[in-house]
Design a protein around this ligand. Structure first.
Ligand SMILES: Cc1cc2nc3c(=O)[nH]c(=O)nc-3n(C[C@H](O)[C@H](O)[C@H](O)COP(=O)(O)O)c2cc1C
Length: 172
């Protein structure tokens, strides 16, 4: 059976979408046919042999469409190799330290335990004050969150390469 991968993302301001696109580019360049879709566009997981699922983090939570997707597709996700990622912390240094040990939203951990993703990754995110609404600007200023683009494309590419290796090993 041909390996056919879906990268599904939930993104409010585009940073997570671009991470998903980079992962899709790495897989496609390696010869693994991969679709990259906004999560709310995905209707059917049946054609896909593996799924990579990512969301931006807001107030320690995945976006609503990502949590709804986990709930709606829990069984199908558990039947395939899956990988989860989040895009969140801004600032220099290890993303998990920046998030004080946070790796994955508490409320979705039961889904992760059932689905058993091959990996759960936390990437740095990007914050552009100019794109935020008034309330979000207040929150970001209140938390003194560093603004700017902290995404590390070599880390993102490296993670995607590991997925390629895992999928190739599965096929072999
Ligand atoms: C109001 C607000 C709350 C946020 N809360 C968190 C958070 O709890 N943890 C985190 O790591 N990042 C947090 N972020 C940062 C975003 O997750 C980060 O900017 C992400 O890359 C945005 O992705 P998007 O452009 O795909 O929406 C927050 C950003 C905003 C504006």
């Amino acid at each position: 059976m041909q390996t056919y991968v879906l990268v599904a993302y939930a993104s409010k301001y585009g940073a997570t979408k671009e991470i998903a696109e980079k992962i899709g580019q790495v897989l496609n360049a390696s010869g693994i046919v991969t679709d990259v879709e906004a999560i709310e566009q995905v209707r059917d997981l049946k054609p896909y042999t593996a799924v990579i699922l990512g969301s931006a983090v807001y107030a320690g939570q995945w976006l609503g469409e990502a949590t709804a997707f986990l709930k709606a597709h829990e069984i199908e996700l558990a039947q395939r190799p899956t990988w989860f990622f989040s895009s969140g912390p801004t600032g220099e240094g290890d993303p998990i330290e920046l998030m004080k040990g946070w790796r994955f939203p508490e409320g979705q951990k039961a889904f992760a335990e059932h689905i058993q993703p091959r990996d759960i990754m936390l990437f740095h995110g990007a914050l552009d004050l100019g794109k935020l609404n008034f309330a979000e600007k207040l929150i970001v200023k209140g938390f003194k969150a560093p603004t700017g683009d902290f995404r590390d494309w070599s880390v993102i590419t490296g993670w995607a390469v590991q997925i390629v290796e895992a999928l190739t090993a599965v096929k072999a």
